[in-house]
Write a protein that binds this ligand. Structure first.
Ligand SMILES: [Zn+2]
Length: 446
């Protein structure tokens, strides 16, 4: 009983201590900034978000010192638009970036009137470097703007090493000139879910005939084939209407998540051990679908795709769980606020999360996401515990009781459904007005 009381007291005391923290305490002027983006990393597949497999405890040493956002959402299920939102603090409709796919070959670039985080920090005297996996985060989209060095890798090829750039980033850190901004991105868990070696397939015990490693895959496919062909050959092995095959795919994805995080952990460790004045953001651009709502890969707006990890390590701040809904568009304004960089001339759609970190505010904000492909457009809006998806049909979900979005409530709660539909239309109108302002004015004098 006494123990129980002490424990309760400790919790209340810690809570009070936390709430004593002010914005000033969180501020970290001239601190280095590191953004780590692990492509295609669904929050629901991570141990820190309650997953049943140990996929991510290897980065616990970092997470346990970070602010943990329990409900962070990507603004798009696609790589290029989501990263552009991360870099600019605005929604995809505003920055205008879309993925290049085999169906959509048109090149889009981040709107020239929008400053990126790299440009802002370069302007503030930072050394800026980017190590990334190419493809839809290549410099051609404007992601290289403001970087002193931005690794120039194209689409993955036969010799592409999706985990290889940790070594390069660590080597760069050896002689890093502070303050610096380091962007690190990897396609580690992205499909095809091929592990480097068969022995790393740790979450599946039974033997079977699937090719699950790059080593084996290359042995069987000696001629140079394109990335889309590699993907097709990988996926053709699986019958997606067979539950066992789907479970097998998930186990491969989970093993890839773990392998990727094991690769990245030394980078996180190096940064927080050797550079005490560094703010580190760990996140992903979107998650992954495994048939939960019919599809695979990532294109829909359900939480398996939009719910992403977000951990922000801020020196001397420690850990705290934030239950508030936040978006990747909040990352850049938050970083600038932490660094004390005042850029009033820049208008973001995202907000600084410092007040949220201090006092759990802003729970009723509109959190938008959109999915745009050649033939389809759909958008979703989260307000508090309600989520609305407006695509071919209207969908309403109660995230408090149904975070996995299994029960569409639009029929039983039609007035709430209509209210959310109107809210989505309001947000679309806000976007249109914001877009006009961005197109008509150069918000950063460069
Ligand atoms: Zn991606």
């Amino acid at each position: 009983m006494i123990l129980k009381k002490s424990w309760k007291f400790l919790v209340i005391f810690s809570f009070l201590l936390w709430n004593c923290r002010s914005s000033e305490e969180i501020e970290c002027r001239r601190c280095n900034v590191v953004i780590v983006s692990v492509d295609t990393l669904a929050a629901k597949h991570m141990s820190q978000y309650g997953y049943f497999r140990d996929t991510s405890s290897v980065i616990d040493f970092f997470v346990k010192k970070s602010v943990i956002f329990e409900r962070a959402f990507a603004p798009s299920p696609f790589t290029a638009p989501s990263h552009a939102s991360l870099f600019t603090g605005v929604y995809p409709e505003i920055h205008g970036v879309r993925n290049i796919t085999r169906y959509f070959r048109k090149q889009t670039v981040i709107n020239g009137n929008l400053p990126t985080i790299a440009e802002i920090l370069k302007d503030a005297g930072y050394t800026t470097v980017g190590f990334h996996g190419g493809g839809n985060v290549s410099g051609i989209f404007g992601f290289n703007r403001g970087f002193d060095f931005y690794l120039n890798k194209g689409q993955p090829s036969k010799r592409y090493d999706r985990w290889g750039y940790v070594k390069e980033a660590l080597a760069w850190l050896n002689d890093a000139k502070e303050p610096f901004f380091l962007f690190f991105h990897t396609y580690g868990p992205h499909d095809p879910y091929l592990l480097p070696e068969d022995g790393l397939d740790i979450f599946w015990k039974d033997k079977n005939n699937f090719v699950v490693s790059w080593k084996e895959f290359r042995k069987l496919n000696s001629s140079i084939i394109s990335f889309p062909e590699i993907r097709d050959r990988f996926w053709n092995q699986f019958n997606l209407s067979n539950e066992l095959d789907v479970r097998r795919l998930i186990s491969l994805y989970d093993a890839l998540v773990r392998y990727t995080l094991e690769k990245i952990a030394p980078l996180l460790k190096e940064v927080i051990d050797k550079f005490p004045k560094t703010v580190v953001v760990f996140t992903s651009d979107h998650g992954e679908e495994f048939g939960e709502h019919g599809n695979f890969l990532h294109s829909q707006l359900y939480n398996e795709t939009l719910h992403v990890p977000l951990f922000i390590y801020i020196p001397k701040v420690g850990t705290k769980k934030i239950p508030t809904n936040v978006s990747l568009i909040d990352v850049t304004p938050t970083l600038l606020d932490i660094l004390g960089i005042d850029k009033k001339e820049i208008v973001f759609q995202g907000i600084s999360l410092i007040p949220t970190i201090v006092s759990f505010s802003d729970s009723d904000r509109f959190i938008l996401a959109e999915s745009r492909s050649v033939s389809n457009y759909s958008a979703s809006l989260i307000v508090g515990n309600w989520k609305f998806i407006g695509g071919l049909e209207k969908e309403l979900y109660d995230l408090r009781n149904d975070f996995d979005e299994n029960r569409n409530l639009c029929e039983v709660l039609s007035s709430k459904c209509n209210e959310m539909f109107e809210n989505l239309n309001k947000q679309t109108a806000i976007n249109n007005n914001f877009k006009k302002r961005v197109v008509n004015s150069n918000v950063l004098s460069r």
